[in-house]
Design a protein around this ligand. Structure first.
Ligand code: ADP
Ligand code: MG
Length: 156
C-alpha cells in the first residue's frame, strides 16, 4: 500500500519546522509547507521513505524522508521532512526543494530512547543508500523533473 503512489514527484518551498532535527538528533530535515503536504495523496502511508532530492538548481542527492503526524497540529495533519544525504555549507530555508520518492523503508515507530531513534535513522540512511544504487531507483536520479523550470509540479 505504501508503494502505490511511487514514484512520487514533489516540489515546494522549504519552511521552518521545530528545529528539532538538527538540535536533538544531529540530522537536519527540510520541512515542506502545510500547503505542499496537503497536496500529497491523503491515503499515502506514514513512515520512512527514500529517493532523490535537489535544492534549487543544485545537484541531485540521495535522501531519506519521513511522512509523519505533526504534533503542532495535534497529530491531525501530516508533516513531510526530507533529510538530504549530503553536507551543505548553509541552511536553505525558503529555497525550492525538488524530490522524487522512489521507495519505502518502514512505518513510523516509537522509540524508548533518543539513542535508539538516532540509530534507527542511521540504519534507514544506510538502507536508502544501498537501495538507491539499484538500477530501478538510480534511473530516477536522471529524471527530467530535476531539470524543469522552478514552479512546475509534475506527478505521474
Ligand atoms: P526545522 O525544524 O526548521 O526543519 P531542522 O533542525 O530539521 O530544522 O533543520 C532543517 C534545515 O537544515 C533545513 O530546512 C535546511 O535549511 C537545513 N539543512 C542543512 N543541511 C541539510 C540536509 N542535509 N538535509 C536537510 N536539511 C538540511
Ligand atoms: Mg526539520
Amino acid at each position: 500500500a505504501a508503494m502505490r503512489h511511487l514514484p512520487y514527484f514533489c516540489r515546494g518551498k522549504v519552511v521552518k519546522g521545530f528545529g528539532r532535527g538538527s538540535r536533538e538528533l544531529g540530522i537536519p530535515t527540510a520541512n515542506f509547507s502545510e500547503q505542499v503536504v496537503e497536496s500529497f495523496p491523503s491515503d499515502i502511508s506514514t513512515g520512512i521513505y527514500y529517493g532523490w532530492a535537489c535544492v534549487g538548481n543544485g545537484d541531485v542527492h540521495k535522501m531519506v524522508l519521513s511522512i509523519g503526524w505533526n504534533p503542532f497540529y495535534k497529530n491531525i495533519k501530516k508533516s513531510v521532512e526530507t533529510h538530504i544525504i549530503h553536507t551543505f555549507k548553509e541552511d536553505f530555508y525558503g529555497e525550492i526543494l525538488s524530490i522524487v520518492i522512489t521507495g519505502y523503508i518502514r512505518p513510523e515507530k516509537n522509540f524508548d530512547s533518543l539513542e535508539a531513534l538516532i540509530s534507527a535513522i542511521q540504519e534507514d540512511i544506510e538502507e536508502a543508500k544501498r537501495q538507491l544504487d539499484l538500477p530501478e531507483h538510480l534511473k530516477l536520479k536522471e529524471d527530467n523533473f530535476f531539470h524543469l523550470p522552478e514552479g512546475e509540479i509534475v506527478n505521474h
